[in-house]
Design a protein around this ligand. Structure first.
Ligand code: TYD
Length: 142
């Protein structure tokens, strides 16, 4: 499983750092929504879902956390601890976010507006979607 982590260009000077993100330039999709999590309780794990079509970039703009990505056959844990790093999360990728430092702010850039019908919240249903998708791809290659 390939993990795509973007390293953004900080514009630093003697006043400090600034990171600017533009759609289709720094971010590979149109940014339709931004949300962020903070004050996450000790020991809390969030996420436990995948999306049918949504693409996202996760940036821990303060503090640190870990992201577990699972494509249905492989799992990887990616630490996020730099405000200039962004983790790309494609559709059909199960994600769990955990190990938040008390000061963590996890910001998410999303390619679509909030749509509950795009969520897959059941792990077995997620595995079924992944399998169906693989079968469709195999059929279209014949
Ligand atoms: P939830 O999906 O439970 O967060 P996660 O699975 O990422 O830990 O979202 C928490 C609440 O926030 C839930 O009531 C839905 C709401 N919400 C929105 O209204 N808009 C959004 O863009 C998101 C991501 C969540």
């Amino acid at each position: 499983m390939q993990v795509v982590k973007y390293v953004f260009q900080p514009h630093g000077d003697d006043r400090g750092q600034l990171v600017a993100l533009e759609e289709f330039k720094d971010i590979p999709f149109r940014i339709k929504r931004v949300y962020y999590m903070y004050d996450t309780g000790k020991g809390v794990t969030r996420g436990y879902h995948a999306h049918k079509s949504l693409e996202q970039i996760l940036i821990c703009i303060h503090g640190s956390c870990k992201i577990m990505l699972d494509n249905g056959s492989e799992k990887k844990v990616i630490p996020l601890e730099k405000p200039y790093e962004g983790l790309y999360v494609s559709h059909l990728m199960w994600r769990e976010m955990f190990d938040f430092s008390p000061d963590a702010v996890l910001m998410v850039l999303a390619s679509e507006l909030y749509d509950e019908s795009d969520y897959i919240r059941d792990y077995d249903v997620f595995l079924k979607h992944v399998q169906e998708c693989a079968e469709q791809n195999a059929a279209s290659e014949v």
